[in-house]
Design a protein around this ligand. Structure first.
Ligand SMILES: Cc1cc2nc3c(=O)[nH]c(=O)nc-3n(C[C@H](O)[C@H](O)[C@H](O)COP(=O)(O)OP(=O)(O)OC[C@H]3O[C@@H](n4cnc5c(N)ncnc54)[C@H](O)[C@@H]3O)c2cc1C
Length: 531
């Protein structure tokens, strides 16, 4: 069990990294994944997120601590488990973020992460038939498609947003993000294109890439300040896997900082409290936890929505047969179809809020739709100032850390979310949408548009995660940074982190495409440094 590189976690970033490191054949690479292979059929059917979220086979099932910003509510935080990681259970939405996000990372001192540096990596990763060829990739492993499913109520929302004065945008991953349009999806021929499908399938016969499933990383092993490998439980048996060159953590924004901490790399006081010997006092491990919090205004409509279309087994059967025969129809539908990236204030350089328009509605659980026709105009602030943290509850990987999201902690975050809710209401007053609405189900007519406190309180009572935790092993040179711009853990040799946890600031958009880009980038850094 000796390899040149040992990658922990076969998620969005880990699969991309493993493929790129192994493809030139010079290195023996191991990719270790705690979950199983992606053989569960619902992973590959786009609407399968109804079956994979909350399912212990595919979802780790984290839950946050009671959050003061949400009036003391806890939230479920799903995280993908198994090959593909969260890209195997996510909503399929493909969003790169804004050029300015990456230029900001570079301004923070992270050389090599500006937009001009990362654009070639986004292009290298993707295969998208449409859009500007200078900005979009045509022949990468990750297939990106436009949704073949269109819904009247969503198209009317898009047209109403245009009527309200917001610009149209045919490609929010193109020259500018701003505007209104439809989501692009990680979808290939009616099936999910996860990171595992994109990067591991083509590599399955490569002799120098070993993919070990049901292999749980428990602790790093060291020789002095150098990481030599990892202790794992593989199919229930404890063993050590050795890395001749380096170990790379790609276990995501919750498990990567946790493994660092249980291995003695983290905030000294917290580690000592847990009886862990401190190898490197890195106060930033587990801090800078950022997420996107979605407020969910819901409108009742005279149009048919998914809520009532899937309420009989007969209708579900017809939809399933249609999918089996044609790989098309409602089962290829992403969670959200319409989107808009808008500014809440004219003085902003780039959009600060994002909409996710969903042709269904539910009060709390996504798999329990309302029994009336309605749809959801989810809105979130893209660059929150609020940051939380994770803390160890025990020195063992088996015990989930305590998650403190710290949502809506600053005035800017509160004001931006309320402004977003007001824009949702403003759009709903425009045609061709207004005439097919029969009322605002929530926040509801009882809350006046001018009542900032009531709208904010409604958000605190009902808003939820859109599943984008990031930033807990942030990249940089300041005292709270965990890795440098080459993703090397400060103060330790032979160890890097490459996943969504290294983002110094959450990107303005969904986080799967950026995590895959981080995997691609890490492979370049490792190959350069090995040369
Ligand atoms: C329900 C849901 C919906 C989402 N929807 C979207 C969307 O539509 N669009 C979008 O862009 N983003 C979406 N996201 C977010 C996006 O998918 C994630 O940000 C991204 O996948 C994170 O990539 P990662 O590589 O950092 O971690 P992950 O993809 O989560 O990978 C981490 C991997 O490490 C493994 N692992 C964890 N602990 C251990 C251990 N001890 N030993 C070995 N392996 C371990 C995990 O099982 C997992 O496979 C969604 C996420 C979720 C959960």
């Amino acid at each position: 069990m000796k390899f040149d590189y040992v990658i922990l976690g076969a998620g969005s970033a880990g699969c991309a990294l493993a493929h790129r490191l192994a493809e030139d054949g010079r290195y023996k690479v191991a990719l270790l994944e705690a979950g199983g292979p992606d053989s569960y059929p619902w992973i590959h059917i786009p609407v399968g997120y109804f079956k994979t979220m909350g399912n212990p086979r595919t979802d780790w099932g984290y839950e946050t601590e009671p959050d003061p910003g949400l009036n003391g509510r806890r939230l479920k935080w799903p995280r993908g488990k198994g090959l593909g990681g969260s890209s195997s259970i996510n909503g399929l939405l493909y969003v790169r973020g804004q050029a300015q996000d990456y230029d900001h990372w570079r301004q923070l001192g992270n050389t090599g992460w500006g937009w001009e540096d990362v654009l070639p990596l986004f292009k290298r990763a993707e295969s998208y038939a449409r859009g500007d060829g200078v900005l979009r990739g045509r022949d990468g492993p990750l297939t990106v498609s436009d949704s073949a499913v269109r819904r009247d109520v969503v198209d009317r929302w898009v047209d109403a947003a245009l009527a309200a004065g917001y610009p149209a945008n045919e490609d929010y991953n193109g020259i500018s993000q701003e505007g209104v349009g439809h989501f692009q999806l990680t979808l290939r021929n009616g099936r999910r294109c996860s990171s595992a499908v994109a990067y591991l399938k083509p590599a399955r016969r490569w002799a120098n890439l070993d993919v070990l499933t049901h292999c749980v990383a428990r602790k790093l092993t060291f020789d002095g300040r150098r990481v030599t490998g990892v202790e794992v439980a593989h199919n229930g048996q404890n063993r050590v896997i050795t890395a001749r060159r380096e170990v790379i953590l790609s276990m995501g924004a919750l498990a990567s900082p946790q493994l660092l901490m249980v291995s003695g790399l983290g905030p000294g006081e917290m580690l000592r409290d847990q009886g862990i010997d401190v190898r490197a006092d890195l106060p930033g491990v587990g801090r800078n936890l950022q997420d996107h919090l979605q407020a969910r205004p819901i409108y009742k409509t005279t149009l048919s929505t998914i809520n009532t279309e899937i309420n009989s087994l007969f209708k579900q059967g017809l939809i399933a047969v249609h999918y089996a025969l044609t790989r098309s129809g409602p089962m290829t539908m992403a969670a959200s179809l319409g989107t808009a990236f808008l500014k809440t204030r004219p003085d902003l350089e780039t959009p600060d809020i994002q909409f996710h328009i969903q042709p269904f509605s539910a009060s709390t659980k996504i798999n329990k739709p309302h029994d009336f026709n309605a749809f959801t105009t989810s809105v979130l602030q893209m660059r929150p100032e609020s940051a939380g943290h994770i803390a160890l509850r025990s020195p063992h990987m088996e015990d989930f850390p305590a998650i403190h999201p710290n949502y809506l902690a600053t005035k800017l975050d509160q004001d931006t979310l309320v402004a977003g809710i007001r824009i949702a209401r403003q759009i709903a007053r425009h045609e061709p949408l207004a005439s097919v609405l029969t009322g605002e189900y929530t926040p509801g007519a009882g809350i006046d548009d001018d009542d900032h406190e009531a709208l904010l309180n409604w958000a605190r009572d009902t808003a939820t995660t859109i599943y984008h935790p990031t930033g807990t092993c942030k990249m940089g040179r300041d005292p709270m940074a965990v890795v440098d711009e080459r993703l090397r853990v400060h103060g330790i040799d032979g160890l890097r982190v490459a996943d969504a946890s290294i983002m110094p600031q959450i990107v303005s958009g969904n986080t799967n495409a950026p995590a895959i880009m981080i995997g691609e980038k890490a492979s370049d850094l490792l190959r350069e440094d090995a040369a």
